[in-house]
Design a protein around this ligand. Structure first.
Ligand code: ATP
Ligand code: MG
Length: 886
């Protein structure tokens, strides 16, 4: 059975049991501060278990892309060394949200494994929770009774709290679980030692494949458990391990999930994969594994970088590059060459990779080039460090050194640790963290700000209500405020229960405006809103501090909040134009164009997107033409709020990055056949309001990401006016020619012809000068000497003159002085004979002479120059020169 069939059978099986099949959420976790990456199938359904949302169906199944490289689940260090832990893997799962429970979950798991997949029953073991007295949770009798008739009592293992009791966190849903393990050893090995003894003992062929979690309790803050009213099932099965079991292999890497990629690695490296424990085999496994994690993460919107999730991806990529470099001799980019095979393999289940194949390959290639540039030097440096330490009998690389390697060679600390370990050393992790922290503190010092406590004035019933899509003003209550100190001085943050102010997000900057404060019907003050920002669900108005502001805010019983509408109008123009631009870019450059960032302000707009090469002037002109055409079509805005994400996808909405199943989104459409986007921003009622769109710039932001900048509306009009004024001014200067460009070209041509003439004349003059000087050469003490004041146009020609003279006369000592545009200049040239016999040095001589002209200089023993500030000393310098060279 191929891996494709195995995956399909899983989904078909649960579809036949009335499960809704949903797509995988992106690898990058969204809106979950506790999680950087999705690391299990249930992550995207957390809210349903917590009762914060309603699932699309009570029964759901899927295959979820998981990444276990940080936080609670981190398998990175094992990857490559063992054969069944990956960084990125697929977790097949079925869920019951308050619907079926243990009976069905257990029966179906057994049916699928033994009937559909035909795994031998005598090679399967299951575990049940043995209970925990301290926690007051009983033995899972129910699961035991259900398993016993199908697997037999002797195949049941009793698991402790660590292995067989699952908790979401310190509080919340939890419950016992049953794991299914499979024994894949040969018959001889099984005869020697029963599989039961090897369960949970880290044996590579006796592995856990499926975990069935039964959520039946709720843990309260005081640690006690209470039964959940609605009980849930959450299961997770490692797809790659399942393939190993069904395909009768000894390692995940021997299945067809990895064999295609390993074949390409063999071809690229010229080495054979032996499925053993040699470092070259480890390297091949590391590479085959890491390329998946990195490619899918980039396809899901991440870019390798120096911070947060982007840095985790960069570290994984660098780990693989280094293994290839050290153990497979890969000194040129190679990871990038694995992307095509991988994207073809997953084009049906995870089409996002194939859709962005070229982009992903480019980003990886650029990362490889950059890291390979320093990798060799860094490894050399590390070798020295290790040798030094070993000589001193030390076994720990100091934190400072780890930091330095990170800073100069881009070696992530875990890479240094890995290399150190291979050489029998370790790193001082604490010292490294300290060094890192010190650097952070240094760079953070200026940006420091401090916040006072919130002063609470009213309760907030629910959420802050944003009314700014429909109206520019609103009457509201002050919920709370606080003072903050930062570089701008003191500012006050004010939270209202209701507001028309748009808080900065999705690239659109925050609104400005005023808050009019009322006590009864009296207006007691007006506060200027400088900016609006978001903090979780709160909208924070950043208000200018004024004397007596505390009294004003506490006395006010209502607020009339009004935004600056003309500014908002400009922002809306720029935002809607950004949508038109996005579609036009896709039309002209191709569908690989995806938004990577944006800025939408009243003054201008900026749009970052994936694309590999410079956007040509012709392409920009075409994009601009399309956008302006759409503006003239005056397309009406179609705004839909609270649309389920699935429906938004059907509408063809772009920019689905980070959204997940069950989310509700706002959909902004300008012509369903042209621009449909998920967006929370503010827009013009019809595209005609934008007026005009003009590009102002195009450039590169990072690997594979381009940036365009543009102006719209009044800003674009000003731009055009300025350009036209500039042309008028030029025309006037050029005496109003018919063709300005031709006139300028003629001027440039004339200028370069004149320049050539001037150079020729100067050369001629220097030649004449040289001939005159040759006549002035005197002979003293067995060498030739020339000390003269000359008239040359530049320091460069003075130098040239000295060299020319040297070439004409043997054994010549020269001192030349010149006044070049009011600045004195000296050149000294000495023959070898003088340097040796009199121990003279041109550099020292010129320094000595330069004192006369209030200057300094230097050079080589045979030639040196000096400049100064007092030309009246030139003659004295020359006289002294004559003496020194006498
Ligand atoms: P293990 O003890 O083998 O690390 P786990 O207890 O961490 O597994 P769970 O968190 O229960 O595993 O995840 C459910 C299933 O996902 C496991 O039964 C296993 O098949 C699979 N799995 C877990 N971690 C990995 C990994 N790093 N690579 C591949 N598959 C994994
Ligand atoms: Mg684990």
């Amino acid at each position: 059975m191929t891996s494709h069939e195995i995956r399909r059978h899983f989904l078909d099986f649960f579809r036949s049991k009335h499960h809704l099949i949903v797509p995988s959420a992106p690898l990058v976790a969204k809106n979950d501060p506790t999680l950087m990456f999705n690391n299990s199938g249930m992550a995207q359904f957390k809210d349903f278990f917590l009762g914060n949302g309603t699932p699309p169906s009570k029964r759901v199944a899927d295959t979820q892309k998981c990444l276990r490289v940080s936080g609670k689940h981190n398998d990175l260090e094992d990857v490559g060394f063992d054969t069944y832990h990956h960084t990125m893997f697929e977790m097949l799962g079925n869920w019951s949200f308050g619907d079926y429970f243990k009976k069905e979950a257990i029966a179906w798991a057994w049916e699928l494994l033994t009937d559909v997949y035909k795994l031998p029953k005598d090679r399967l073991y299951v575990s049940v929770f043995q209970g925990d007295e301290k926690d007051n949770v009983p033995f899972d009798q129910e699961a035991f009774d259900l398993w016993k008739p199908i697997v037999g009592e002797d195949r049941i293992i009793y698991g402790n709290k660590k292995d067989n009791f699952w908790e979401m966190g310190d509080t919340g849903p939890c419950g016992p679980c049953s794991e299914i393990h499979v024994d894949l050893r040969s018959a001889e090995e099984v005869a020697e030692k029963p599989g039961k003894e090897l369960v949970n003992a880290d044996h590579p062929q006796v592995v856990e494949i499926w975990n069935l979690v039964f959520m039946q309790f709720n843990r309260k803050a005081d640690g006690s458990l209470e039964p959940l009213p609605a009980r849930h099932v959450d299961t997770g099965m490692g797809f790659e391990r399942l393939c190993m079991a069904i395909q009768g292999k000894k390692s995940n890497y021997d299945t067809d999930v990895f064999s295609g990629t390993i074949r390409v690695i063999e071809e690229l490296s010229g080495k054979k994969y032996e499925a053993g424990t040699s470092m070259s085999d480890v390297a091949m496994r590391v590479i085959a594994d890491h390329i998946r994690a990195v490619s899918f993460a980039i396809a899901d919107g991440l870019i390798p970088s120096n911070a947060k999730a982007g840095y985790v991806i960069r570290r994984i990529l660098r780990r693989a590059i280094r293994y290839g470099y050290s153990y497979l001799g890969m000194t040129e980019p190679f990871m990038t060459k694995l992307v095509p095979t991988l994207s073809m393999q997953f084009s049906d289940v995870f089409p996002e990779l194939n859709a962005q194949r070229d982009f992903v390959a480019t980003v990886i290639r650029e990362e490889e080039i950059a890291f390979l540039r320093t990798l060799g030097t860094g490894l050399g440096r590390l070798d020295h460090i290790v040798a030094d330490l070993t000589a001193k009998g030390e076994r720990v690389i100091p934190g400072e050194t780890v930091f330095e390697l990170n800073d100069t060679f881009g070696f992530p600390a875990d890479l240094t640790a890995l290399i150190a370990r291979e050489k029998g050393l370790s790193i001082d992790e604490t010292g490294f963290q300290q060094a890192l922290q010190q650097q952070k503190t240094r760079s953070r010092k200026d940006a420091q700000s401090s916040a006072g406590d919130w002063i609470e004035l009213a309760e907030l019933d629910n959420k802050v209500e944003f009314v700014g899509y429909d109206q520019p003003d609103a009457y509201a209550q002050i919920v709370k405020y606080r003072k903050i100190q930062n570089k701008q001085g003191t500012q006050v943050q004010v939270v209202l229960d209701k507001t028309p102010f748009y808080a900065e997000s999705g690239g659109q900057i925050g609104d400005t405006g005023v808050l009019e404060l009322f006590a009864g019907s009296d207006q007691i003050g007006t506060l200027t809103v400088l900016d609006t920002k978001k903090e979780n669900d709160l909208v924070i108005h950043i208000v200018q501090d004024v004397p007596g502001i505390d009294d004003l805010l506490t006395e006010a019983d209502s607020v009339y909040a009004v935004i600056n509408t003309s500014r908002r109008g400009l922002i809306a123009s720029n935002h809607s134009a950004t949508h038109l631009l996005h579609s036009a870019l896709r039309e002209v450059l191709g569908n690989h164009v995806a938004q990577k960032g944006s800025y939408v302000g009243p003054d201008a707009l900026r749009f970052d997107f994936s694309h590999f090469s410079k956007v040509t002037d012709e392409q920009l002109a075409e994009v601009e033409r399309i956008v302006n055409e759409k503006i003239r079509e005056d397309i009406k805005l179609d705004e839909k709020r609270n649309v389920p994400i699935e429906q938004a996808k059907q509408l063809g909405a772009t920019a689905l990055f980070g959204e997940k199943y069950g989310d509700f989104v706002r959909v902004i459409t300008f012509d369903p056949n042209y621009s449909v986007e998920l967006c929370g921003g503010t827009h013009v009622p019809a595209t005609g309001h934008i007026g005009l769109f003009k590009f102002t710039g195009e450039g590169s932001v990072s690997t594979g990401v381009r940036r365009v900048e543009a102006k719209t509306s009044a800003g674009a009009e000003t731009l055009v006016n300025e350009q036209m004024a500039l042309v008028s001014e030029l025309k006037e200067l050029l005496k109003s020619p018919k063709d300005v460009v031709k006139a300028v070209q003629t001027l440039l041509d004339e200028r370069s012809a004149l320049q050539k003439q001037v150079e020729a004349l100067q050369n001629e003059k220097v030649q004449q000068l040289k001939n005159q000087l040759l006549e002035k050469v005197e002979t003293v003490n067995g060498h030739s000497r020339l000390v003269e004041r000359v008239d040359v146009p530049s320091a460069e020609s003075l130098k040239q003159l000295a060299y020319d003279l040297k070439a004409k006369v043997d054994n010549l000592a020269v001192v030349l002085g010149a006044d070049i545009n009011g600045k004195p200049q000296l050149a000294v040239m000495l023959p070898d004979s003088l340097i040796q016999s009199k121990n003279l040095n041109a550099g020292q001589v010129v320094k000595e002479l330069a004192k006369n002209i209030k200057g300094g200089g230097g050079g080589q023993p045979f030639f040196a120059t000096a400049g100064g500030s007092d030309s009246s000393g030139l003659d004295a310098a020359l006289a002294q020169g004559k003496e020194l060279l006498g």
